[in-house]
Design a protein around this ligand. Structure first.
Ligand SMILES: [Zn+2]
Length: 257
């Protein structure tokens, strides 16, 4: 049973988006790759919470939605989040600090994390240092150490496993049992590099339940990314692999697979 814990569908694709990314496109690629279920993440500018939720609700046995807080009107962020999550069965919250111009040190992020932890809602953070904030340590994996320590009941997922800083993500996860690493995008971005070995080491050493598979469709094709990941992680033990490719995401996000 394979769960892809990180995908997108686009309501408003940008001109640079080359690949088709409707719910039907995602489902077709999942079928071809043998992926049972996928988590779908809204993306500011590309896909709203409403759109993603309603597209997923048409395929409840295959797709489940996360919620992305709206930070444009800071005074309304929390009210909107609470109202939406009271009426909609989203399986977690995703924050994209680089794109949304917030950091893990902002009070509002702390507040959302505490609120989510009380409701057993996992919190996923984009963690792929790049672009104009490359030198800002608040966007790297180590920045989540303090948050995980301060709110030990929070379930914190680091998306992309820290990118090229995968070993920092590994040490952060080692130090905090409430941090889970998710593998999307990174292996497709750094093919043939030392990142492959570092990620294989990290994911081969963390206990089952501490790592999850994801692709980041449509940025990465579902089948290609799965095949690449299987190749890089071929020496992973069977119990770790079963948890990594499906069980951990199913449990964390309450999926019926
Ligand atoms: Zn993504």
């Amino acid at each position: 049973m394979i769960v892809d814990a990180h995908t997108h569908i686009y309501e408003h694709p940008l001109p640079k988006d080359k690949r088709p990314a409707s719910a039907a496109d995602l489902l077709r690629e999942m079928d071809a790759a043998g992926v049972a279920m996928a988590l779908v993440l809204p993306l500011p500018g590309r896909a709203s919470n409403e759109f993603v939720y309603h597209e997923c609700a048409k395929h409840p046995d295959r797709l489940a939605a996360l919620y992305v807080p709206e930070f444009d009107e800071p005074s309304e962020t929390f009210v909107k989040l609470r109202n939406f999550l009271e009426d909609h069965d989203c399986r977690g919250i995703k924050i994209h600090p680089r794109l949304q111009r917030v950091t893990v040190e902002d009070a509002v992020v702390h507040e959302i994390t505490a609120w989510a932890s009380e409701r057993r809602l996992p919190l996923l953070f984009d963690c792929f240092p790049s672009g104009s904030d490359l030198d800002n340590p608040r966007f790297g994996p180590l920045a989540y150490h303090r948050l995980a320590q301060e709110i030990p009941t929070a379930q914190i997922v680091l998306a992309h496993a820290g990118g090229y800083k995968v070993l920092e993500a590994f040490m952060t996860a080692k130090a905090n049992p409430n941090i889970i690493l998710e593998s999307s995008f990174t292996l497709g971005y750094f093919p043939g590099t030392s990142v492959e070995r570092d990620l294989a080491f990290a994911f081969g050493h963390l206990y089952p339940g501490r790592t999850m598979y994801g692709s980041d469709f449509p940025e990465m094709p579902v089948a290609d990314h799965l095949q690449r990941t299987r190749r890089v992680l071929e020496s992973m033990s069977p119990d770790r692999a079963a948890a990594f490719y499906g069980q951990t995401a199913a449990q964390l996000y309450r999926l019926k697979v």
